[in-house]
Write a protein that binds this ligand. Structure first.
Ligand code: MSP
Length: 519
């Protein structure tokens, strides 16, 4: 048998100056769904997340907290690691940029870029934003209060003047444009690709890639006065984790199928600087960079100063993990901005999870428990199955064919909508067939209808499992599906439920969310 196709998915690595919030949870969850989906679909998957621990921003926050940068990094990196656990993430690795393996990879990449003639020593004089860890050209700035100027993101900027190594980014303009043109899917959604292409067409300046005015970073090989620019350091994490500078082994296996999931604010780093660094080092650029949008909270921009930061742990305690996973990936077309609201969350929990899916499962399983002696319906009359039966059965068995392409476009909302179309049609089917009436008139027909429903639910639960792993497992447990039959190879007719198999007593999977009375 030939080796399984590979899939490598990465989250951005998170700055350790702060606690995790909904934005971090969102990216990580999206990657987890992709990783789980691909594993179930037979791929050899590597899923990476971690923390970005160097740079001026972390150094300053540590100073303000009266800690060493490493002590702050240890503390907050652990918070991000814990969050991945609480989110039910299936990451295979968690990288910290303060690890020895990362120092080795960064210094090797640097040395390679020097050997290739793409790094030279000069002096930087210009604007820098510590909050964004980004250099800005004069004409990018916007007006701030009084005479001050701000980064286009609204972050404060400082005038910096220091010796610096530069990366010859200007030399990569044509090769970057060719990469976007030859690979229409390498930056998505299309609006972001256009944005990146017009930025590159506008001309690229060489990029300052080292700093001398502070110390918290990776030393530049052969020049102890400089540390590497934190973005060159941070981006390299994606290949450190595959064993770079060794380019055999994991690197050879996973790198050709890398997908970087990022927020829209950090597209330029991932879709311009990073591919240029890689190409300069004779390495392939990532297969794809997908930029998602930003969440607001009840219509307002989320910010610490406003005090409306959403803590993912509170969210999960309030609504439940699978409910949060579902909501975040269902509420907003992935790639667009979206608004978090308590009302929208409850609406989705109650109408889509409790009513549509929960009731379908509950009605079917409790009728089976009561009327089929707690067994997968034993008397199914395949010869007499109606068009209505076959339509639901076939649609649920073929559903992977519309869900898979949606997942491959990172269109989670489309994937879920395709699944919900079948859930809703199953509810229409159960009402139309009214098995509770058949119980009195035609036992075999009733069992046939319940079998069609149970088998459809099996297929639905398998496809839901990347999104809501715990709930999907509860449903599959109740259908008596064994652990080794929960991958996508088990979808369809080949692994259908076996009539007569005894089932555990049914239990509700999606409770309604009842708001506590005020006061
Ligand atoms: N350390 C860099 C990434 C380096 S990757 C080589 C960084 N870290 S971050 O912690 O500031 O941000 C991580 C991610 O959170 C970004 O992708 C950003 O888009 C995302 N979000 C921050 N606020 C967000 C929302 N309000 N909504 C959605 N995502 C948001 O950037």
């Amino acid at each position: 048998m030939s080796a399984a196709a590979t899939f490598y998915v990465t989250t951005p690595i998170y700055y350790v100056n702060d606690k995790p919030h909904i934005g971090h949870a969102y990216t990580t969850l999206a990657c987890d769904v992709l990783a789980r989906f691909k594993r179930l679909d037979g791929f050899d998957v590597r899923f990476l997340t971690g923390t970005d621990e160097h740079g001026q921003k972390v150094e300053k926050s540590a100073e303000a907290a009266g800690m060493t940068p490493l002590a702050l990094a240890d503390l907050n990196s652990a918070n991000f690691r814990d969050l991945a656990g609480v989110l039910g993430c299936s990451n295979d690795d968690f990288i910290r940029t303060t690890e020895p393996r990362h120092l080795a990879a960064c210094q090797a990449l640097w040395t390679r870029l020097v050997e290739k003639g793409d790094i030279y020593l000069g002096a930087y004089e210009g604007w820098y934003s510590v909050r964004d860890e980004a250099f800005y050209a004069e004409d990018e700035l916007i007006k701030g209060p009084g005479d001050s100027r701000l980064a286009p993101t609204g972050a404060p900027v400082d005038w910096v003047k220091e010796p610096s190594y530069f990366f010859r980014l200007s030399a990569w303009q044509d090769r970057l444009l060719k990469w976007y043109e030859d690979n229409p899917d390498c930056v998505a959604p299309a609006s972001r690709r256009n944005e990146v292409m017009s930025f590159v067409k506008g001309g690229l300046q060489d990029l300052s890639v080292s700093r001398t005015s502070f110390k918290w970073g990776i030393p530049v090989p052969g020049d102890g006065a400089h540390i590497m620019y934190v973005w060159l350091d941070a981006l390299t994490n994606y290949i450190t984790a595959l064993g770079y500078p060794d380019t055999s082994g994991d690197f050879a296996r996973y790198w050709p199928n890398a997908l970087h999931m990022v927020g829209k604010d950090i597209v330029r780093f991932h879709a311009v600087y990073w591919p240029a660094f890689l190409m300069a080092a004779d390495l392939a650029p990532p297969r794809r960079v997908f930029a998602h949008g930003w969440w607001t909270n009840e219509g307002q921009k989320i910010s610490k100063s406003v005090g409306n930061v959403i803590d993912p742990l509170t969210l999960i305690e309030t609504y439940g993990l699978d409910q949060v996973r579902y909501f975040l990936l269902r509420e907003v077309p992935f790639g667009n901005d979206g608004d978090f609201s308590h009302r929208a969350m409850i609406q989705r929990i109650n109408s889509e999870l409790a009513n549509d899916l929960g009731n379908l499962v509950q009605r079917t399983l409790s009728m089976i428990a009561k009327n089929c002696d707690g067994r997968v319906p034993p008397h199914v009359d395949y010869a007499e199955m109606t068009e209505d039966d076959w339509t639901l059965l076939d649609n649920s068995r073929d559903l992977i064919n519309s869900v898979r392409p949606a997942i491959d476009r990172q269109a989670f909302h489309d994937a879920l909508e395709a699944i919900w179309i079948i859930i809703r049609s199953a509810n229409v089917y159960i009402d139309r067939q009214a098995p509770w009436k058949l119980r009195k008139t035609d036992q075999i027909r009733m069992e046939t209808v319940l079998y069609v429903l149970a088998e459809s639910i099996r297929n639905l639960a398998l496809l839901l499992s990347p999104f809501m792993p715990t709930s999907a497992d509860k449903i599959l447990d109740q259908l008596g599906v064994s652990a080794d039959r929960r991958d996508f190879a088990s979808l369809g007719a080949g692994q259908s439920l076996t009539s007569g198999v005894e089932l555990p007593a049914p239990q509700g999977v999606f409770p309604r969310f009842v708001e506590e009375a005020a006061g």
